[in-house]
Ligand binder design. Structure first.
Ligand SMILES: Cc1ncc(COP(=O)(O)O)c(C=O)c1O
Length: 380
């Protein structure tokens, strides 16, 4: 009987001695809450990595999206444009804010960037924000979207939870919009266990994010607020602070980000090089001018040959797990919770049906790469 290969999933918790020492040192400082000094140190490290003037950490990516919406004053009935190729976590906070998710199509069945003409059709006087979601770390066109947002006075939020270090036109994704944010969940390229960080170029927004994550306690010195310095109960906020130990991990993980991207890129290239003779399979488009972080390798399956799901199921039989199968990837509005926001997004529909993901993480060995290539070749 043939032995089942070890499971190859898009998850690898890369904890080494540096991470262990960082957490131990933080423990010994005996400041464990989200107001610990180490949180500000993590924020400084994030700001400096992303060349951004302000960074604010939070307890998870979902909370960070909610914080961004709060900071941008998005309230009941406001509309937020999102791609249906995003995961549920991007859209749940919109519901929490009593705002309305409006789905606009992606540009093709091989690119997670917005189709700008479709976005334009979806803009109404109620549109307050647009959220971009570069899935699996793939870059997307940003400059024309930024211009559109500026022209229409719409806030731009970049949910880069899967795109740590992804670049477009030489600039990090997450630094194009009003607020960029990254999850730091276990699976992510900067892993705090649970955690997140945001960047912005606006002092006002950075203070609003800080207020929102700590019960609304007043920081800003606006005309209305300056009579309440440091006070609670003046404005709304929640407890979305990051734990000090998560922040300590964040600092040591951020130092390894470039190395991780290099490894993942090398693994992705090796897999792509091994499948060049498969006419039905290729990497999806990497937007010209962009560089992926290869959070995972995304492959496009020729629909004449098979569906993405069929290939994913065959891969699963070889213990290679595609995220698309693991998370029943489909346009979000096909899920019961979002059905009432359904829209026609044919590119997103085709994309979700045609792609598969392949793990590229630091735990993948040369033998694993051969196993992946052989499994894909075996389907021809
Ligand atoms: C694109 C995207 N947005 C948001 C989130 C939510 O992040 P978290 O799990 O830290 O709440 C995730 C994480 O899974 C994600 O991949």
């Amino acid at each position: 009987m043939s032995q089942l290969y070890k499971p190859l999933k898009n998850k690898f918790v890369d904890i080494d001695r540096t991470d262990e020492s960082a957490v131990l040192a933080a423990l010994r400082r005996k400041q464990l809450s989200g107001t610990a000094d180490i949180v500000a140190e993590f924020e400084q490290a994030v700001a400096s990595y992303f060349y951004s003037p302000y960074a604010v950490a939070s307890c998870n990516g979902t909370a960070a999206i909610h914080l961004a919406l709060l900071a941008l004053d998005i309230t009941a009935g406001d509309e937020v444009i999102v791609p249906p190729t995003a995961p549920v976590m991007t859209v749940l906070p919109i519901l929490l804010a009593n705002a309305v998710p409006v789905f606009a199509d992606v540009i093709s069945d091989q690119n997670f960037g917005f189709d700008l003409s479709n976005v334009q059709q979806k803009i109404t006087p109620k549109t307050k924000a647009i959220i971009t979601v570069p899935m699996w770390g793939y870059p997307m066109e940003m400059s024309r979207l930024v211009v559109l947002c500026q022209k229409k006075n719409i806030a731009l939020i970049e949910d880069c939870s899967q795109a740590h270090g992804t670049k477009m036109d030489g600039k990090y994704l997450g630094t194009f919009g009003d607020i960029g944010l990254w999850s730091a969940h276990d699976r992510k390229l900067v892993a705090c266990g649970e955690g997140a960080f945001m960047v912005t170029e606006s002092k006002d927004l950075s203070e609003k994010l800080q207020e929102g994550r700590a019960f609304g306690r007043v920081i800003r010195q606006t005309r209305k607020l300056k009579k309440y310095p440091g006070q609670f109960g003046v404005q709304f906020g929640l407890n979305y602070k990051i734990h000090a130990l998560g922040a300590a991990l964040g600092i040591s993980q951020l130092k390894k980000l470039d190395k991780k991207i290099k490894i993942r890129t090398k693994n992705a290239r090796a897999i792509c090089a091994g499948i060049t003779d498969l006419p039905w399979l290729k990497e999806i488009e990497v937007t010209p001018g962009g560089v992926s972080n290869y959070y995972a390798l995304v492959l496009y399956v020729d629909p004449e040959f098979a569906s993405g799901e069929e290939i994913s199921r065959k891969l699963l039989a070889q213990n290679i797990v595609s995220d698309t199968l693991e998370y029943t990837y489909c346009p979000l509005y096909e899920m019961p919770l979002f059905k009432k926001f359904a829209a026609k997004c044919p590119n997103a529909k085709r994309l979700t049906q045609r792609i598969i993901t392949i793990p590229t993480h630091e735990g993948i060995t040369a033998e694993d790469i051969q196993h992946i290539i052989a499994a894909l070749k075996g389907m021809s």
